[in-house]
Design a protein around this ligand. Sequence first.
Ligand code: 6R9
Length: 633
Amino acid sequence: MKISSFDHYKEVYKQSVEQPEEFWAGVADTFQWRKKWDKVLEWNFKEPRIEWFKGAKLNITENCLDRHLEEHGDKTAIIWEPNDPKDSHRVLTYRQLHDKVCQFANALKNNGAKKGDRICIYMPMVPELAIAVLACARIGAIHSVVFGGFSAQSIADRIQDAACNIVITADGGVRGNKEVPLKSIIDDALVQCKSVERVIVLTHSRTPISMIKGRDVWWEDEIRKVETQGNPDCPAEEMDAEDMLFILYTSGSTGKPKGVVHTCGGYMVYTGFTFDTAFQYQPEEVYFCTADIGWITGHSYIVYGPLSQGATTLMFEGIPTWPAPGRFWEIVEKYKVNIFYTAPTAIRSLMSFGLDVVKDKDLSSLNKLGSVGEPINEEAWHWFNDNIGHNKCPIVDTWWQTETGGFMISPVAGITPLKPSFAGLPLPGVQPILVDEKGEEVVGNDVSGNLCIKFPWPGMLRTTYGDHERCRTTYFATYDNMYFTGDGCLRDEDGYYRITGRVDDVLNVSGHRIGTAEVENAINMHSSVVESAVVGYPHDIKGQGVYAFVVCPNKHSDDELTRKDIIMTVARIIGAIAKPDKIQFVSGLPKTRSGKIMRRILRKVAEGDTGNLGDTSTLLDPAVVEEIKAGAL
Ligand code: 6R9
């Protein structure tokens, strides 16, 4: 939605909360439906049951592809920049992307895929990843993309949870000068996964891999078969608005990651609307989001949101620091990128390389910047604004979550006055509310509390896969009649929102969500570990680092070696992204008489703030605290 002034925003916002159904029906009207809805919204947050555009029929890929063909078929849909700048880049127009999606959708069907199947995708950042995602959506199969940094065990957990019957992967991926042996990791995962009947393997890195007869097939062979069948088109499956579109696993404060479920109609409307509104996207603009499609940011704002709006979206296979730390700026210059959307951790990492790698690049094409994943600190905000945006590009600091599907609190580019480190005001249709510990609303401005949302929005999660009760208890049971985000937040004197970070046991490491319980479980798998407790601590680049207190009485004499073994264990169980940064061996953990670990004390120690540990009178063994303080890293 194009917004012409701050007053216009206020007007639209007011209407959107006073008459939400009319508002969202108006937005939904800008999409293409096979059949319109019978009812805009039915909901209760008790069960919870949330249904948007009930009775409507659609296929999201017709909105992302087919509807652009007549007038914009030759417009660039995807620009792909390879890991190695010496390799050639690729460009896919909307027509080419449409044809490739149809082809691969037919290949999926030839391999037995049908509507409702769950298909796991474990791929590098290549156009075929977007093609695979869209091909699943085309035939009504539910994709479950797993980020390339997760281990075989994590993949197996996710495949089993959703009982996937097909896996789409590649021989290997390349990031910087490292190779990720994707197919080999899949082979390890599949030892535990009886539901998988077919693995489709894209040729990419050309690393030698095993191919198992009857199970594994090459992507390219399957495409050739489709070509010889002479059936280039693949009519889109007709989906109900509330049919599942995808599952994406995310970490919470307890136990295993949960499969967040998004559905076809609401997610399409919400991602398209928020992309268009927050970035005020103009038809000729080149848009570059640096996320990986393995995370929600990539799903919503590399693939679905931009494509439903007919945008040109740039996919980058590599990392910001290879072959040199000016790589992002080189890409901006090369493709004359207009909108650049990245994460604070990337900004902080690039800041540390100084301005020399920025100064020689032409960044004059940029007109809007974006940030996502964690609170952006003021220093990073100003560096981004001064040196990348040259003080002429609004910074759209988008607060949202895997569960929200799309942006919730965010400036409208060029419209909302900006404040460094504030996500700003809610987008139209979003009704935030701050509550105190008791669940009472915190009213007025210049206040803080736990951030909740009090009214549904089309992009919200519908359930957690296979376990609706978990969805209820995690998000809808903390406070009556509200969705609880897990974030703490302050609202300043102008009503602007500033997210202060998680209030639960979830860490945000380089913009990735990591549950402390998950890391503890992995550490405890190590044969000499008795017990552990994991907390976050401030980290200059990552935002938060992982600090583990580990009880390990029978360890070998070489502490350093045991630390490395524990780190390796975590990498095997979860993946490299969850590796502890610091491991302190302790003889015991500070516990209350009822056996609860006092994390508050551990957090203070990890933060290096041991001056005042607060009330420790309920501790079972106060001596343990002295030992922990003395051994702090
Ligand atoms: C999109 C995404 C969600 C958590 C969220 C919050 C943090 C995300 C933020 C932000 C402050 C922002 N977060 N964006 N905090 N300002 N602009 O990151 O989803 O991986 O599910 O993480 O990330 O703590 O609760 P997800």
